[in-house]
Design a protein around this ligand. Structure first.
Ligand code: FE2
Length: 667
């Protein structure tokens, strides 16, 4: 007889223990072991326990293990979260079998040895069979659903709790969210704000909504929100840094002339356009769409054009705003020299348009919904033993769960966005997302290309760009190291049929097979795969952090980013006042719900996993594990650099500090 030492690592999370008998079978190239009981009455959470499995002869190279957890007669069935199994063979070889999932039934589950294998590397029939079975089961478990026409497809599910257990939030995260929601709403209820449909009587009253919940930045925004420089700053480093671009020629529908705008130092608009000092934010995506009706009152959504000037002192300042796309007498071009409330009202309409553009396009579509397709495609097409699965799976955590919640609580029929945002009507929401999807390009998802295409390489004080490019480069280097280790030449990429079905699924279900997006439809070379995988990780982690984490900072003080407006934009100058501004801003209950949502969505969970941290050990080989360590070291270094830089900034830019970037779209 020969003995195999089998060490079982059970996770430490709540409810991970099992009282059910567990059996294991080892499968090797020279045969199988008996199905052997792991002799424990209880396998405790957080435990590491070694058992012996005896066989008449060596099993050769171990290919997989089979595990089953049997519900014993009178004992209740339970769920067991197993991290990994480590096996020491009689030949003293160590085999690691990553699991990282809940086992909550009595079925037999197969887990492959951790060395990554591409489909054409499989040289055992049992390995090939296990691979096919795994994918066949996954394709049955994870099916596509066309949720909204013209938008990326989603997983077919009946709410978050119908998802497989390992895709759901942990007990810790669920409890924290429930507690924050309950306490946040209870506070607003106690103050009588949630049911009060009246308009605000003064700006000071708004301060009472979440008086002690402000962040340093939301407090700062409250103090400075009327100032032009902060209005301009937000196009670069606010919650939505994705719209602004350099403008060399004015759009035909934005007829600003030299004599309209004041440019210091004797220059004029024409010269500044030529010299590359003019920038444009154009909300044409929102044009011509009916705004929501909230509590029986018609709301207003505009599609503004904003012109900005980079002054010699490197400050970006707004110089002209047109609130509707078509130039007309009743669509004035507002200027900083207009009356205080004309100019402030114009800026409020821009910020409110930005709320819709930011939430529906930059945040929901370009991170949450794309990430969902990346996750489902990964699960449907790549088995656990595939190197790309091992590389990308940490960047998928909780994404399907948060998206299921969002589809119900934010954009579902009774969701906060649907009920209270200017763009919340179903038809409008759908059109904005469909328009946004049809204008997505592969280049716009890759920050070096995006910055070049928006011609923003040299705009000063653009920290989203500075930190984002550094992060892209660090991720790229890591991904390149891993992929080049597994794919020694282009031929290996081209002949990996699983990789090809993965990208084909993404092209079809994320980008609705639109070739003008430039999204690859198949991979033919290693660099193509490296760039695409870098984009996936960057989108799921950094890009999401950039557009998610500042929600309360910039929306916490409602007048800075109203979710909706309840008076039409002014059609002539000289008709605004403090009173019209207060009538235009959303009423008390809409404000309270918007601020509560932004607060909740900006909170960091205690089981947050920062970018580059890999608590699950999917890779067994030394080189990818070493690359993971180096990746983390580089991210730590960048974090120090960003912190140093931030010390000298009036507003520290923290959203892309790697310590604040979560590995995946998880909130
Ligand atoms: Fe988010």
């Amino acid at each position: 007889m020969v003995d195999y030492e089998v060490t079982v690592y059970t996770d430490d999370r709540v409810n991970a223990s099992t009282v059910n008998p567990v059996h294991i079978k080892l499968v090797g190239t020279n045969g199988d072991s008996e199905r052997t009981w792991l002799k424990s009455l209880i396998i405790f959470r957080g435990s590491v326990t070694t058992y012996t499995v005896s066989c008449p002869n060596s099993l050769g190279h171990l290919v997989l293990i089979e595990l089953d957890k049997w519900q014993f007669f009178l004992l209740p069935g339970d769920a067991w979260f197993l991290n990994k199994v480590e096996i020491k063979s009689p030949e003293k070889d160590i085999y690691i079998f990553p699991v990282y999932c809940w086992i909550n039934d009595s079925e037999t589950h197969r887990f492959r040895e951790g060395t990554a294998l591409k489909v054409f590397d499989e040289n055992s029939s049992i390995g090939q069979y296990a691979r096919e079975q795994e994918l066949s089961q996954r394709r049955a478990d994870y099916r596509w659903n066309s949720y909204y026409p013209g938008t990326p497809h989603a997983i077919k599910a009946d709410g978050a709790l119908s998802l497989p257990d390992e895709l759901q939030f942990s007990f810790t995260k669920t409890t924290e969210i429930a507690f924050s929601t309950a306490t946040g709403l209870a506070e607003l209820q106690l103050k009588g704000l949630l049911d009060n449909p009246e308009n605000w009587e003064s700006l000071d009253d708004i301060n009472d909504v979440f008086r002690h919940k402000g962040t340093p930045l939301s407090d700062y925004v409250q103090e400075h929100w009327k100032e032009d420089w902060l209005f301009a700053y937000q196009f670069l480093n606010g919650g939505n840094p994705t719209l602004i671009r350099r403008c060399k020629t004015l759009p035909e529908n934005f007829p600003v002339t030299d004599d309209m705008v004041f440019i210091p130092d004797g220059s004029n608009l024409s010269q500044e356009l030529t010299q590359g000092n003019i920038y444009l934010s154009d909300y044409k995506n929102l044009d011509g769409l009916p705004a929501n009706i909230v509590q029986g009152i018609q709301q207003y959504l505009t599609a503004p054009l904003v012109l900005l000037h980079k002054r010699p002192d490197d400050k970006l300042m707004p110089i002209a705003i047109q609130l509707k796309q078509t130039p007309a007498e009743d669509n004035p071009i507002f200027l900083p020299t207009d009356s205080t409330y004309d100019w402030l009202t114009a800026k409020i309409f821009v910020r409110s348009a930005d709320f819709s553009e930011h939430q529906l396009n930059a945040h929901l579509l370009r991170t949450h919904l794309l990430a969902e397709v990346f996750v489902v495609s990964l699960l449907r097409n790549l088995p656990m033993v595939h190197p790309l699965y091992k590389l990308l799976i940490p960047h998928t955590r909780y994404t399907l769960h948060i998206n299921e919640i969002g589809r119900i609580r934010l954009i579902g029929p009774t969701g906060v966005f649907t009920n209270f945002a200017a763009a919340g009507g179903r038809e409008t929401m759908l059109k904005i997302m469909a328009r946004s999807l049809s204008s997505i390009t592969y280049r716009s998802l890759c920050i070096p290309d995006d910055i070049a295409d928006r011609d923003l390489q040299d705009v000063p004080n653009f920290y989203y760009r500075d930190d984002g490019l550094q992060l892209w480069n660090i991720i790229f280097k890591f991904v390149q190291g891993v992929i080049q280790y597994y794919y020694k030449n282009d031929k290996k990429v081209a002949r990996d049929s699983e990789l090809q079905t993965w990208i084909a699924d993404i092209f079809e279900h994320a980008f609705l097979s639109q070739p003008q997006t430039g999204i690859p439809q198949r991979f033919t070379a290693v660099p193509e795969l490296v760039k695409f995988a870098t984009m996936v990780i960057f989108t799921c982690s950094c890009q999401h952090a950039a557009v998610n984490n500042g929600q309360f900072d910039f929306c916490g003080w409602m007048p800075n980013t109203p979710a909706t407006l309840q008076r039409p934009p002014p059609t002539e100058k000289g008709t605004t006042s403090e009173a019209t501004m207060l009538q235009t801003l959303p009423p008390i209950n809409v404000t309270a719900r918007g601020m509560a949502t932004a607060w909740l969505l900006s909170r960091q969970s205690s089981d947050f996993v920062p970018l580059g941290h890999y608590p699950e050990e999917h890779f067994s080989e030394a080189i990818p594990r070493q690359l993971q360590k180096e990746f983390k070291v580089e991210l730590d270094r960048l974090s120090i650099t960003i912190n140093e830089r931030n010390k000298s900034l009036e507003i520290p830019y923290t959203y892309l500090d790697p310590k604040n970037v979560e590995n995946s779209v998880a909130i």
